[in-house]
Write a protein that binds this ligand. Structure first.
Ligand code: 13P
Length: 256
């Protein structure tokens, strides 16, 4: 059985003071006995500049909230001005790193080779990659959305070992649903997650396919979370806008 995972992607929001305030508020909102962190993993993805503050707070209060980064370099050290390595993130206690988010693909074009190297760098540093995939409106209009998302996962992961692949988390985020209020129907989120899982079973084996958590992302809110999470192959959410409000985000965690 896969533990549901709810990830808040803050994107380029919150300085370290706001991040600190949010984490404290979230921990307070989820403090009661009705919320069991073993039954729903909660993770936040702050900006690089807030990671240290989040780490200190999580450590000091022994919070069960996990955290990670929104991007990572493919190299481990050296003359790469402005980059941050996977080891640096691991040293800050990061559990996860987002890879290939559609906003990164759009504003900082990367190719698949680059994404493969990022996945490997994250795994080598002992963290888990959250690989983001999903079709745009064009692919959806053409009716090739499933093939598109499946191949985005397949092309990047096929050369991993079984062990490495079982560490993966995939986030299916149709680009047209991100920040638009247009959420994918529960059944289309399920169709994509199922197709991705079937391909993982073919590429690796059923054990790997059953271990990988597949999240849905794109206009997730407390109003649409339950139905989507009821789907067999959807194991949680990657939340954007609704992750900037601690009350709303804590509600989504509770529903999961
Ligand atoms: P929204 O939840 O704001 O649509 O963003 C989704 C997203 O991109 C999460 O990574």
């Amino acid at each position: 059985v896969r533990t549901p995972l709810v990830v808040g992607n803050w994107k380029m929001n919150f300085d370290h003071l706001e991040a600190t305030y949010f984490v404290q508020k979230l921990a307070w909102l989820l403090r009661d006995a009705h919320f069991d962190y073993k039954r729903c993993e909660v993770a936040l993805m702050p900006s690089f500049t807030s990671l240290r503050s989040v780490q200190v707070l999580v450590d000091a209060d022994r919070l069960n909230i996990k955290y990670g980064a929104q991007n990572v370099s493919v190299t481990n050290q050296g003359a790469f001005t402005g980059d941050v390595s996977a080891d640096m993130l691991a040293r800050l206690g990061c559990s996860y790193v987002l890879i290939g988010h559609s906003e990164r693909r759009k504003y900082h074009p990367v190719d698949d080779a680059n994404i493969v190297d990022q996945v490997r760098a994250v795994l080598t540093a002992g963290m888990r990659p959250i690989l983001c995939v999903g079709e745009g409106l064009e692919e959806r209009r053409e009716g090739i959305e499933l093939e598109y998302a499946v191949s985005q996962v397949h092309d990047v992961t096929r050369d991993l070992s079984d062990d490495q692949a079982s560490q993966l988390i995939v986030a299916y985020e149709p680009v047209w649903a991100i920040g638009t209020g247009m959420v994918a129907t529960p059944s289309s989120a399920q169709d994509a997650a199922k197709a991705i899982r079937e391909d993982l079973a073919q590429t690796f084996n059923n054990h790997v396919a059953q271990a990988v958590r597949i999240l849905y992302g794109g206009s997730v809110s407390s109003k649409n979370a339950v139905e989507t999470l009821d789907q067999n192959d959807v194991d949680g959410f990657l939340v954007g806008g609704a992750a900037l409000d601690a009350d709303e985000f804590s509600l989504i965690c509770r529903l999961a």
